[in-house]
Design a protein around this ligand. Structure first.
Ligand code: DX5
Ligand code: ZN
Length: 218
């Protein structure tokens, strides 16, 4: 049977002038999480928004926040993103000095911990940490901007983490981020992804409900 997945629409592609309404609408259109892309202009060459923007959405999001911190030395800011609606806080492997400590820090705040790797990072780098990770976010574009083209080189990495999960009997979830829409979502679903992050393909769709159903494969 064809695989289905949940979806985490990224507000990076929303209309910032009416962010609350857009978030409410995307939840009604079938979102399972709201993906929060935080960029610091250092780890990635772009600045997005900080925790105040996310917190302003607390009354609008009917599903948990899935926070993606694209910032150097993320320990400085993790606490700011922990709210009653925060499901996951994900940091980048490449941005942490001591990933084990950072995972411990996230867990100590009572939320689930994610780790993301950039397209050129070897998937094996996470091997020593797999037991402490709740979510692995495989980047399928270079982080920094929405609307880029999907990189199929992420697929073997997804398969690698699916295999490891089974071999080791672990529970982490595997998420993919960048360039996914209704036309190519089956590739990542078949590789074992759940949930899928989608910015442009979800928020900028003429019919958001249809686009979201297409991405989820339902
Ligand atoms: C890229 C971000 C992604 C991005 C996804 O740095 O982490 O979440 O906004 O956007 P699309 O789906 O438009 O590629
Ligand atoms: Zn993201």
């Amino acid at each position: 049977m064809a695989k289905t997945a949940q979806i985490a629409p990224s507000i990076l592609a929303a209309d910032f002038a009416k962010l609350g309404e857009d978030v409410r609408d995307i939840c009604e259109s079938g979102a399972d999480y709201i993906h929060i892309d935080v960029m610091d202009g250092m780890f990635v060459p772009n600045i997005s928004f900080g925790s105040a923007v996310m917190k302003s959405l607390l009354g609008y999001a009917a599903v948990p926040f899935d926070v993606h911190l694209m910032i150097m030395d993320p320990d400085r800011y993790i606490e700011d993103f922990v709210t009653e609606n925060t499901g996951f806080v994900t940091v980048h492997y490449e941005a942490c000095e001591d990933l084990g400590e950072t995972l411990h820090h996230i867990h100590s705040l009572g939320v689930k911990a994610g780790v993301s790797i950039k397209p050129l990072t070897d998937p094996q780098v996470l091997d020593p940490y797999l037991e402490d990770i709740d979510l692995i976010l495989v980047m399928s574009v270079e982080p920094g901007f929405g609307g880029q083209k999907f990189m199929p080189s992420c697929l073997p990495k997804i398969e690698y983490y699916s295999r490891k999960k089974e071999e080791l009997g672990l529970e982490y979830i595997i998420e993919v981020d960048g360039g996914v829409g209704p036309a190519n979502a089956h590739l990542v679903r078949d590789a074992g992804i759940d949930p899928i992050v989608a910015g442009s393909a979800a928020f900028k769709a003429a019919d958001r409900t249809a686009a979201i159903r297409g991405i989820k494969g339902i």
